[in-house]
Design a protein around this ligand. Structure first.
Ligand code: KIV
Length: 268
């Protein structure tokens, strides 16, 4: 039965100009439960899991089966938030037929409510087809990590007038194609504000300043769980990585000393 309290693509679309949208990544059941309980609107099962969870150097190696596996776990942990599955590299570029089939698997097999696709005007026909077939789509422009080899690294997009014009064309093309929101990644704040004003759907920024309609972060960055590298746009709200190391060290020391388990933690 449909959960009446669920956030839907329609809720997000209608939030533009009314209230800000909060989005965070999650990749597993336990984290999804916590993030959902905290009240975020959208949980993105990002292909960033290739790096944060699976230890790859980029998002490129992760495939459909891994993304389906993690998306299904997140859906099981979520009651209210809208779950968006990130379509991995080469799951939508080869042909529109294959893209429709793969997007459909996220909805049908994993229980996601929408998919995210990187790219601008070049993806417009595909997005229109997915939307026409009942699959809500989140767009993603700016610094798109699946194109890292084309860009020659992770860098801010939209610093030159030519790039700004291209971003504007892309944002408008995605809006016309029917996305219900669009992620702007690593874009100067003035450009993000201009793009936000140019489209009818909410923009969700990551490294795109405060004038977007919503914000997204990678949960491992927010909680201090992923490495020492911290991009300028990341704000750490906790240092859980350090807390985990210290808790495990205390456990190790107590086991080595014979202090754990004590009587209180033993059956009688
Ligand atoms: O994969 C991901 O986590 C993303 C967000 C950074 C938007 O695409």
């Amino acid at each position: 039965m449909r959960d009446e309290g669920r956030i839907t693509a329609r809720t997000i679309r209608r939030a533009k100009g009314q209230r800000r949208i909060v989005c965070l990544t999650a990749y597993d059941f336990a984290t999804a439960r916590l993030v959902d309980e905290a009240g975020v609107d959208i949980i993105l099962v990002g292909d960033s899991l290739a790096m944060t969870v699976l230890g790859y150097e980029s998002t490129l190696p992760v495939g459909m089966e891994e993304m389906l596996h993690h998306t299904a776990a997140v859906v099981r942990g979520t009651r209210r938030a809208l779950v968006v599955a990130d379509m991995p590299f080469l799951s939508y570029q080869v042909s529109d037929d294959q893209a429709l089939e793969n997007a459909g698997r996220f909805i049908k097999e994993a229980g996601a409510a929408a998919v995210k696709i990187e790219g601008g005007a070049i993806r417009a026909d595909l997005i229109r087809r997915l939307v026409d077939n009942g699959i809500p789509v989140v767009g993603h422009i700016g610094m798109t990590p699946q194109s890292i080899h084309e860009f020659g690294g992770y860098r801010v997009r939209g610093r030159e007038p030519r790039e700004v014009a291209r971003l504007r064309e892309d944002a408008v093309a995605l809006d016309r194609a029917g996305v219900f929101c669009v992620v702007l990644e690593c874009v100067p704040r003035g450009v993000a504000a201009e793009l936000t004003a140019a489209v009818s759907v909410p923009t969700i920024g990551i490294g795109a300043g405060p004038d977007c309609d919503g914000q997204v972060l990678v949960i491992h960055d927010l909680l201090g769980l992923y490495g020492d590298f911290k991009p300028k746009f990341v704000k750490r709200y906790a240092e859980l990585g350090r807390q985990v190391v210290s808790a495990v060290q205390r456990f190790r020391d107590e086991v080595l000393r014979g202090d754990f388990p004590d009587d209180e933690h033993s059956y009688h």
